[in-house]
Ligand binder design. Structure first.
Ligand SMILES: Cc1cc2nc3c(=O)[nH]c(=O)nc-3n(C[C@H](O)[C@H](O)[C@H](O)COP(=O)(O)OP(=O)(O)OC[C@H]3O[C@@H](n4cnc5c(N)ncnc54)[C@H](O)[C@@H]3O)c2cc1C
Length: 406
């Protein structure tokens, strides 16, 4: 019986590398980029992930490693010295990092999707040159602040204000749940310049940190992603230069929503990294257990679980690549596809980590086992960057409109 399991698992592990649909979906440069990211993560990020999680401490070192290896440049166009691999490159990077360390993937997604991504899409040439370059080495970490103590899903109801006085914007208000918000580096701030105009009064700004009169109040203690800092930050008459507004006045809400599309792909890709790692850990466990007596029934239920995990993970992968491609093309249905990818990626990640824990039994429940961390870390991907419920509302709303896909 044990020989039967061993044969099944051995074959599965051997061929897993070739399971994916990559060869016809991804270009050679993208595949090479992913190989490089995979190697860097395996050698330099994954070995430190458990310690970072236990200590609940952000590893500056991880960002510096990624910067040194040129991986943080992924979305920056070639003309600004980046790799110019767009959202598709960014999803590959995030999946690879999440395989090794979910918390680092969360912080990197905040940095690449929400900070550098927003600037390269909407910033002026001057803003890109000034505020992106220092962030590519990993010394400075980007963030994005939309959520507030009294509004999460209802982003349009934000209360933080920006008032133009001479050559400066004066910022007042409080932001909450901000990934990387306590770290030195640029922050994209979404604030209102005129609440009576509702969405049209919302603007986005570049806030260099640390900044006088911008105070970090607390770091949240969380279930997972413990090494990715999440903080509350308050502005009390903090000043930034007038030129730090991004895009045209009134564009802020559109900018925030477009950037969130990219962040949703980040969350989805974290789910994909979680799924892949969960499947590998379950296979490894079964393979190792060939030495223990194990019944046919165990083998069958585990095999069926693994089959379901693999189906869902590959379906999520296709959805994520499709959404990333549409977003890179600025396609009118990109928002809907990013929402679908987020639901599929994040929920598949949680499903796979849950199933892997079930396959490992007691062992999977132990803090010393990686499945336990994957399970805790992935849960928030169904919440941040817009909850699963909000994604389903976005998808449902699209039924009111004629399809724009040919
Ligand atoms: C670890 C972490 C990191 C984060 N990082 C950032 C960051 O970097 N920047 C940032 O700006 N924010 C960040 N956030 C905030 C996060 O993106 C929002 O909080 C999230 O979108 C959900 O908001 P909420 O929990 O306040 O949900 P709420 O709006 O309070 O919703 C609570 C529940 O009600 C449901 N709900 C709400 N409205 C509706 C509706 N209309 N229809 C149906 N159901 C609804 C929701 O789905 C959810 O189940 C982070 C959050 C976490 C936990």
């Amino acid at each position: 019986m044990s020989g039967h399991i061993s044969k099944f698992c051995k074959a599965a592990i051997k061929h897993r590398k070739h399971y994916s649909t990559d060869s016809f979906l991804l270009s050679k440069p993208l595949i090479e980029f992913r190989e490089k990211a995979r190697e860097v993560v395996a050698k330099k990020i994954a070995p430190l992930a458990d310690k970072a999680d236990k200590e609940g401490k952000f590893s500056e070192g991880h960002f510096e490693i990624l910067g040194k290896e040129g991986l943080l440049d992924v979305k920056v166009p070639k003309k600004y010295g980046g790799l110019g691999l767009g959202n598709i490159g960014s999803t590959l990077l995030t999946e690879e990092i999440a395989y090794g360390c979910g918390a680092t993937a969360t912080s990197v997604s905040g940095h690449t999707s929400l900070y550098t991504g927003t600037l390269v899409t909407f910033g002026s040439e001057k803003q890109i040159l000034k505020y992106i370059k220092p962030h590519l080495s990993g010394k400075y970490v980007g963030s994005f602040s939309l959520s507030e103590p009294e509004n999460g899903s209802d982003a349009g109801g934000l209360k933080t204000t920006a008032k133009l006085e001479g050559d400066n914007w004066i910022l007042n208000g409080s932001k909450m749940w901000i990934t990387n918000g306590n770290l030195p580096g640029g922050m994209i701030l979404i604030a209102t310049t005129d609440r009576s105009k509702q969405h049209k009064g919302i603007n986005s700004f570049i806030v260099p940190k640390p900044l006088e009169n911008a105070t970090v109040h607390r770091l949240e203690d969380k279930l997972g992603m413990r090494a990715s800092p999440t903080c509350q930050i308050t502005f009390e008459n903090a000043r930034i230069p007038a030129e730090n507004i991004i895009g045209k006045p009134g564009d802020g809400f559109k900018i925030a929503m477009t950037s969130l599309n990219s962040a949703r792909l980040g969350a989805a890709s974290i789910g994909l990294g979680t799924s892949r790692h969960s499947i590998d850990l379950a296979l490894k466990y079964l393979r190792r257990n060939k030495i223990h007596p194990i019944t046919t029934a165990d083998c069958t239920t585990s095999s069926l679980k693994l089959a379901e995990m693999e189906c869902r993970a590959q379906a999520a992968r296709l959805m994520i690549y499709t959404a990333a491609k549409l977003l890179d093309e600025n396609h009118p249905e990109a928002t809907k596809y990013c929402a679908m990818a987020k639901v599929m990626g994040s929920e598949t990640g949680t499903f796979c980590a849950h199933q892997a824990m079930q396959i490992l039994g007691n062992e999977g429940y132990l803090a010393e086992n990686k499945v336990e961390r994957l399970y805790r870390d992935n849960r928030v991907t169904e919440i941040y960057d817009g909850t699963s419920e909000i994604q389903r509302l976005v998808i449902a709303k699209s039924f009111d409109e004629p399809s724009k896909l040919t």
